[in-house]
Write a protein that binds this ligand. Structure first.
Ligand code: COI
Length: 357
């Protein structure tokens, strides 16, 4: 399928951020976007790159009423050789399609989507920031556009990709964040959609996030839906805890997101000869370890956040300090090593990065 490109006119071009060392997350978007349409019986058609613009969708579009929406998050990095690199990009599209199957949506044509994304990044490459820790965030999104109010899977979809230069996700940057374990609200249950990147999962998290924010927490630490006992994830990140010599993260039982950074981190830690377990981990075990000094580190992993150390955990109004509120040794090493691979500063032994320009 040929991808039509309509470049922005000179007067449509936006102003780029003046100082990319001060970038935040998610407010700035580049000059162009990729789009393609789907209809049952016809498949995907009209892949195109256009100037970034508002979408016109029918008010009866099914995404707005019944939540058939999925997104992805990945990044393009500028290497020291001035090359443009992607990290495990195909995995993001495969995860999107897994979500599409769960939400009974049309699966995207990965080949066309990847080609469109690469073309878009190359067209807007001047937007890729260069300051340390910055990158071009890529947000592929799939929505049901059919105008219909009966509850059933839609027959029409729009897939689009937007881009924006980003810095650190949290205002804390690399400083450890405080997280609040949530024992009232639930993010997702096994058998639900918690392992997809669907908008509804994020909507379900917002009230608890507000509550946590009022207690000085940056994120909610979600517990399992059945017993409110075992740690799951924090919504924007998968979580890892280091107790004595074991690195522990929740298993992929269906209620948490199968993070690509999570998977990469597990692989790297294993290669360093450190024990890593995907197993159920209760708050009781974490607290007991925190109390007698065996909880050495806690950190989150995600595309937007990369590696984010946790300095305090609040649970039932008690605060537990982790690693003296500092970034732990394993978190630091992971941060350094994964970024070195993503930014092509060192050899990638895993075949995770791809140079696209
Ligand atoms: C990401 O890490 O890319 C995410 O999608 C998390 C969040 C910004 C929603």
């Amino acid at each position: 399928m040929e991808i039509m490109v309509t470049p922005s006119r000179e007067d449509q071009l936006k102003e780029k951020p003046e100082d990319d060392s001060r970038l935040g997350f998610g407010d700035i978007f580049t000059d162009h976007m990729f789009l393609m349409d789907y209809q049952t019986g016809r498949g995907w058609f009209n892949p195109r790159i256009e100037p970034y613009h508002h979408l016109a969708i029918d008010p009866a579009a099914m995404a707005l009423h019944y939540g058939q929406e999925l997104f992805e998050g990945l990044k393009a990095y500028r290497g020291p050789d001035n090359g443009i690199y992607l990290f495990r990009a195909r995995d993001n599209f495969e995860r999107l399609n897994k979500g599409a199957r769960r939400l009974a949506m049309a699966e995207v044509d990965i080949g066309v989507a990847m080609e469109g994304m690469k073309k878009l990044i190359l067209l807007d490459q001047e937007w890729i920031p260069r300051s340390p820790g910055t990158s071009l965030y890529i947000r592929p999104t799939l929505i049901a556009t059919e105008a219909h109010l009966g509850v059933r899977p839609a027959h029409e979809y729009l897939f689009f990709i937007i881009l924006g230069p980003v810095g650190a996700y949290y205002k804390e940057g690399l400083n450890p964040v405080k997280i609040c374990a949530e024992d009232q609200y639930v993010r997702a249950a096994v058998g639900g959609t918690g392992n997809t990147k669907s908008a509804g999962n994020y909507a379900a998290s917002l009230l608890a996030a507000e509550k946590a924010y009022k207690k000085g927490c940056t994120q909610v630490l979600w517990l399992d839906a059945r017993e409110r006992k075992y740690v799951e994830e924090v919504g924007t990140m998968n979580m890892f805890f280091v107790i004595e010599d074991e690195v522990i993260t929740a298993p992929l039982t269906g209620s948490i997101l199968p993070g690509i950074t999570r998977d990469s981190v597990i692989r790297m830690i294993k290669d360093w000869g450190i024990k890593v377990s995907e197993r159920a981990l209760s708050m009781d075990e974490i607290i007991a370890a925190a109390k007698d000094g065996r909880l050495r580190e806690a950190f989150g992993t995600g595309t937007a956040t990369v590696i984010s150390p946790v300095g305090q955990i609040l649970y039932k109004d008690e605060e537990y300090v982790v690693a003296g509120g500092e970034m732990g040794e394993i978190s630091q090493r992971l941060y350094r090593e994964i970024m070195a691979i993503q930014y092509a500063r060192k050899e990638d032994p895993y075949g995770w990065i791809e140079r696209i320009g």
